[in-house]
Design a protein around this ligand. Structure first.
Ligand code: 5GP
Length: 114
């Protein structure tokens, strides 16, 4: 099976601006940032979307949010606030089918989203 785009980033086949990494998770700047801070937090385990999440992924998802919180602190956006988003499938606006959490901040967001 061919690799996902984000697996190719994990394997250093495609360049990315990596901001944090451990054995389970990688975080890098989005190539098309929608705000001054726009970071993707990606599990190294390939999970296509939130729809494919399994019970055994409980800790992994929790860790992704801890990573988001820590990076938000490091980037100085915690106090003003930020968004964490999973886009799922077509109606959710998902374009890359390798689970990722968007961490978006550094400007005031509007609601509802488009
Ligand atoms: P989705 O639309 O699936 O929720 O989010 C995919 C995100 O991946 C988009 O925000 C898009 O800008 C980003 N993206 C797509 N290709 C690349 C790439 O090659 N490198 C990086 N760093 N981000 C990418």
């Amino acid at each position: 099976m061919s690799k996902t785009l984000f697996e190719r980033i994990i394997d250093r086949e495609i360049e990315a601006d990596i901001v944090w990494e451990n054995e389970r998770i990688i975080a890098f700047n989005d190539i098309s940032p929608q705000a001054p801070t726009h970071i993707l937090i990606v599990p190294k385990k390939v999970i296509s979307s939130l729809n494919e999440l399994e019970e055994e992924d409980r800790d992994l998802i929790g860790e992704m949010f801890i990573v988001a919180k820590n990076i938000a602190e490091e980037k100085g956006i915690s106090e003003n606030g930020y968004r964490t988003i999973f886009n799922t499938n077509d109606y959710g606006g998902q374009t890359v089918y390798h689970l990722h959490l968007h961490l978006i901040g550094g400007r005031k967001m509007t609601w509802p989203p488009g």
